[in-house]
Ligand binder design. Structure first.
Ligand SMILES: [Fe+2]
Length: 198
């Protein structure tokens, strides 16, 4: 039997799973071997990456009215665009646990003056460390530190998930409702981050 996208019937309806449980969500499979299954998924995404140019991939583990969980697979150097999770005044907090590799979380604070970034910090996380917290109004970027290996994370977040994405170089910001990724060109109705001064 092949791994399936999404939940497999009623086996996964229990709330309050530990991170080990999430990491082992394939454990019902005959001949289960976590490392082998992660390698299997990475091989699939490696091929997909060449075709789609995406550098991270999501696999939904569970989704309910108050709790969503994804596994995410990060290609070497794969990262999101800077973004935050406030949409129409509502925010979605997230906790990220690293299962494999080293993840870097970059935090930004944007100033009002043209192209002003008031602060920039980065933090590194590995397996077994505290969860990475994403506060709704904090502009951040998550990515894989490694130049050569894939990283895997578990993301737990509250529903109403949305993103405001920032492209500092193009001076553009736009909203995404739902859990699409942050890649691709800015949409036609993207707004300037900083007002134009000329
Ligand atoms: Fe985020």
């Amino acid at each position: 039997m092949k791994p399936r996208n999404g939940l497999a019937g009623t086996r996964h309806k229990t709330r309050g799973w530990s991170i080990e449980d999430y990491a082992n969500y394939y454990r019902w499979m005959p001949g289960y071997d976590r490392e082998k299954l992660f390698a299997h998924n990475i091989a699939i995404y490696e091929l997909e990456r060449r075709r789609s140019k995406k550098n991270y991939f999501k696999l939904e583990l569970k989704s309910s009215s108050d709790h969503c969980v994804f596994l995410m697979f990060w290609a070497p150097e794969g990262k999101t665009r800077p973004h935050q999770h406030v949409y129409e005044g509502r925010g979605s907090a997230a906790a990220i646990h690293v299962l494999k590799g080293t993840i870097v979380q970059e935090l930004f604070r944007i100033g009002e003056a043209q192209e002003e970034l008031l602060e920039y910090n980065e933090y590194f996380y590995g397996y077994g460390q505290e969860a990475i917290q994403e506060e709704p109004d904090c502009v951040h970027r998550i990515g894989n530190k490694s130049l050569s290996s894939w990283a895997i994370t578990v993301h737990e977040f509250t529903p109403g998930f949305a993103m405001r994405v920032y492209d500092f170089e193009l001076n553009r910001t736009w909203l995404i409702a739902g859990n699409e990724d942050t890649l691709g060109d800015p949409p036609y109705d993207a707004e300037p981050i900083w007002p134009r001064t000329n």
